[in-house]
Write a protein that binds this ligand. Structure first.
Ligand SMILES: Cc1cc2nc3c(=O)[nH]c(=O)nc-3n(C[C@H](O)[C@H](O)[C@H](O)COP(=O)(O)O)c2cc1C
Length: 323
């Protein structure tokens, strides 16, 4: 996910032993020009990491592949689902669903170039009048795509409402290649429900992963038919939140790290009482040190522990409010 599954978060997820990771979507134009920021987004290649690119034409895909294949990568994923105007207006992302013949050519170019695993991420269709996941699914299968990931919403739906899991079930029944379901996985229960409803071969996690790397472990347990894992204890939350920030500091300077960490912190603290005050306390400084983060969060979780056990000690944070 652009802006979230950046190299530090991917490093963190590797520590969680997530078996397959994807880069954020990489713009092929920027890749071809070896744009500095883009090369940083790509991060270090490794055997568990798929690189995801957006390319609106076979020519562009061809050039981008030349750069990608200079180094070892676990596999390639082409984004045919992104709804953003800056992507669709160049022909890429979900716009390709309106041009199945171009989809076919892009797949041919990629498949001809490499035998490494090749997957495609796509949507149910462009809008309610063009729901064509079955048709394009057949194209992928026919052109040697190894597995597909279906985000079961149309482009017009963007990220709204609930995704239509019937589309995932339908696709799974129509293809022989593995189908990965995507849309609204936020818990062990939702992962289990998607497996049961669709028969899909795996699930891809989107927004649910923001501030919740444990969700991968829950989805894995659901896939294996195991019971749900206990929710992480405050100590584990603290450890992971600090580790995430330490990893950020390995890639970015302290001010950029502080800025980028904010949205992750919002995710980590979502639903917990008193989160507003703790965020204010942490970001009172524009350059947050690891010590500051650790101490502030440590105090906060200590207060929360007391709160959950019913002991209201000298709480520094106002945790009675839902703020
Ligand atoms: C901020 C944001 C950035 C995203 N970036 C990407 C991306 O780079 N590549 C991609 O395949 N999907 C991207 N997505 C889509 C998600 O991966 C996922 O398909 C979508 O959010 C549906 O899953 P969900 O309902 O579980 O969130 C992004 C979504 C959001 C909200």
């Amino acid at each position: 996910m652009a802006g979230y599954t950046d190299p530090p978060y991917r490093d963190l997820l590797q520590e969680f032993k997530v078996p397959v990771l994807f880069t954020e979507m990489i713009d092929s134009h920027a890749l071809i020009h070896r744009n500095e920021k883009t090369m940083k987004m790509l991060g270090k290649r490794d055997p568990d990491l798929f690189t995801q690119i957006a390319a609106g034409t076979p020519q562009l895909a061809d050039h981008a592949m030349n750069i990608l294949l200079e180094e070892e990568t676990a596999g390639i994923n082409i984004n045919m689902g992104c709804p953003a105007k800056k992507v669709t207006s160049c022909g890429g992302g979900s716009n390709l669903l309106r041009a199945p013949s171009v989809i076919k050519e892009i797949c041919q170019v990629v498949r001809k170039k490499t035998s490494i695993p090749f997957s495609v991420k796509f949507r149910s269709g462009w809008n309610a009048d063009l729901i064509n996941y079955k048709e394009v699914g057949k194209i992928y299968e026919g052109e040697g795509v190894d597995f597909v990931m279906l985000h079961a919403r149309t482009r017009a739906e963007a990220f709204s409402g609930h995704s239509n899991w019937d589309h995932i079930r339908d696709l799974k029944q129509n293809l022989k290649i593995p189908v990965i379901g995507n849309g609204d996985i936020v818990s062990y229960e939702s992962a289990k429900a998607m497996f049961e409803h669709t028969g899909c071969d795996g699930v891809a996690i989107g927004r649910g992963a923001i501030g919740n790397p444990w969700l991968y472990l829950q989805a894995d347990a659901a896939l294996k038919g195991l019971p749900p894992l206990p929710e992480p204890a405050p100590e584990e939350r603290l450890r992971v939140m600090v580790r995430h920030y330490e990893l950020m500091l390995q890639y970015f300077d302290i001010r950029i790290s502080s800025h980028l960490y904010r949205k992750n912190l919002v995710g980590y603290l979502r639903g917990l009482p008193g989160h507003k005050a703790v965020k204010e306390a942490i970001f009172a400084d524009e350059a947050v040190t690891v010590e500051r983060l650790k101490n502030t969060l440590g105090e906060y979780f200590e207060t929360l522990k007391n709160f959950f056990s019913g002991e209201q000690t000298n709480a520094k944070y106002e945790i009675n409010s839902a703020a």
